[in-house]
Design a binder for this molecule. Structure first.
Ligand code: CA
Length: 504
């Protein structure tokens, strides 16, 4: 372990204990519920302007609470994003920055501190954080993901899933309300509620009124095709199913008479599981719907443009639970926004891209208006996640690419080399199509965004690994390569393997 990391880890332990002791509790601490959607892009919601994707529960959260218009996750990848939230650290500091790496034993989480301070802590639904932090929860009701992650053996070779969960259980949300009902009534509680929706794979007819091809909004950087509209409609169906479950949680809080002092935060771990979305550092990958309701502390029907990051959730929740601020947490509490939505919490949000089915390394910094991306492996194409490669959209795009019929923006997922630097005006160009990094008019913006990223990298000891990790799927077919083994080894085990001469 590098010396600075060692110091950090020791400091984490000391500060963790100290902040625990320093906490001053009242008998009236809020209950807190974190609901995490799985792959919902920020704008695939009527709350954020989608004309057809009507989501009554997300609308209710916004109407009865606060809508955040600049909310970002730190990784556009499931487990690294969640690991960053629960540890309150940037992905490269979690020990779990690659997809499927478990959080290492001994890692402090904000949930552990809540638990030690008297909260009842429970998780239900999608887990994806590894075994070590399960003890920070009094109860973990983990959704069965056997029909969700690609299996091994013959089914794997064919790229097929084995479905075991049936019906609404496949949402991953069916244990949310039973968990809330089972809470002890004499303590405050924290719930970590993870959905499997709207992650792939998709089923037809999960809704009484499924979305139709004409309901679909197609981003300009991908193609319009009947199979694409159908696939996106199934994704919308799952977003709507998840929305139903968010509503059931709110209804249960009302039924128990505890809604007034219960905070709900809904966000997604990353963006849309389609091409140039999930796993990328564009807004369609890292910007998330971010809705909070807490009648006692947040004025209804408010919104904020203040930039917030998912790394800010841990210090915010701990502040609300009576903990003092601590440098242990790499984000900043945004609780001040509840009283004044105009307060600036941070000038920039930061995000990281690490291996996710395929190798890549990139970092991004986002201000209220601009996005700067630094691609460290520009020789690699911007391949989507393997489930995206197997999707109808990518299959059609490969056909059109081979026929020379893709438009320039649509080719970007295949083209190498990529630019080392990208700069976008996200207000004027929300799909991030016009790279301004070489435009002299934006030289000063480029300079300040570049400095912001480099300062952050220094402050948080960021680094690019010396050795590349092998792709575990073919970039053209999305089928597994011999490098794929399950369960995926931890970061420590993979590094041990590299030292013994095994490829990584
Ligand atoms: Ca996800």
């Amino acid at each position: 372990m590098p010396f600075r990391r060692l110091v950090f880890t020791a400091l984490s332990f000391v500060l963790g204990v100290a902040s625990l002791r320093a906490a001053s509790y009242t008998g009236d601490r809020p209950n807190m519920i974190l609901i995490i959607g799985d792959d919902q892009a920020w704008d695939d919601s009527s709350v954020y302007g989608h004309p057809h994707l009507k989501l009554p529960s997300q609308e209710r959260l916004a109407r009865e609470g606060m809508r955040f218009d600049r909310g970002f996750v730190t990784s556009s990848s499931c487990s690294p994003s969640r690991s960053s939230i629960i540890t309150g650290r940037y992905p490269h500091h979690t020990g779990a920055e690659q997809l499927h790496w478990p959080i290492p034993e001994g890692t402090l989480t904000f949930v552990e501190l809540l638990q030690k301070s008297g909260y009842w802590t429970a998780a239900a639904g999608k887990w994806h954080l590894g075994e070590a932090v399960k003890k920070h929860f009094d109860v973990v009701k983990e959704a069965d993901v056997s029909g969700f992650q690609l299996p091994t053996g013959a089914a794997e070779a064919q790229g097929k899933f084995i479905q075991q969960m049936q019906g609404d259980a496949r949402s991953g949300c069916d244990q949310w309300v039973p968990t809330l009902k089972a809470r002890p009534k004499d303590k405050p509680f924290f719930l970590w509620l993870g959905a499997l929706d709207p992650h792939r794979p998709y089923d037809e007819n999960i809704r009484e009124h499924p979305f139709k091809p004409e309901d679909i909004v197609i981003p300009p950087y991908v193609i319009d095709h009947p199979s694409v509209r159908k696939d996106l409609a199934l994704y919308y169906d799952e977003i709507a199913r998840l929305d139903d479950y968010i509503g059931r949680v709110m209804d249960e809080l009302d039924r128990q008479g505890i809604a007034d002092n219960t905070l709900i935060l809904y966000l997604s771990d990353n963006g849309r599981p389609f091409v140039r979305d999930k796993t990328t550092l564009y807004d369609s990958g890292i910007r998330t719907p971010w809705l909070m309701k807490w009648p006692r502390g947040i004025k209804p029907g408010t919104s904020t443009m203040s930039v917030v990051s998912a790394v800010d959730i841990a210090p915010t929740f701990l502040e609300l639970a009576g903990f003092r601020p601590s440098p242990l947490w790499e984000g900043k509490s945004f609780a001040r926004l509840f009283k004044n939505p105009k307060v600036k919490i941070r000038q920039y949000a930061y995000a990281e891209k690490h291996w996710h089915d395929y190798e890549d390394q990139a970092r991004a910094v986002r201000s209220e208006q601009f996005k700067y991306i630094r691609n460290f492996y520009p020789d690699l194409p911007l391949t989507p996640s393997a489930d995206g490669v197997r999707s109808p959209m990518y299959r059609e795009m490969i056909k059109l690419r081979d026929a020379g019929q893709l438009k320039p923006h649509q080719k970007r997922t295949f083209v190498t080399p990529r630019p080392e630097e990208e700069l976008y005006d996200c207000n004027a160009d929300p799909h991030e199509l016009k790279n301004l990094a070489t435009d002299p008019k934006y030289a000063s913006v480029l300079k300040s965004m570049r400095s912001a990223l480099s300062d952050w990298q220094k402050e948080f000891d960021d680094y690019i690994p010396k050795i590349r990790t092998l792709d575990e799927f073919d970039r053209e077919t999305g089928l597994a390569t011999p490098a794929r083994i399950r369960p995926r080894p931890s970061k420590a085990d993979m590094l041990k393997g590299v030292l013994k001469g095994r490829p990584r």
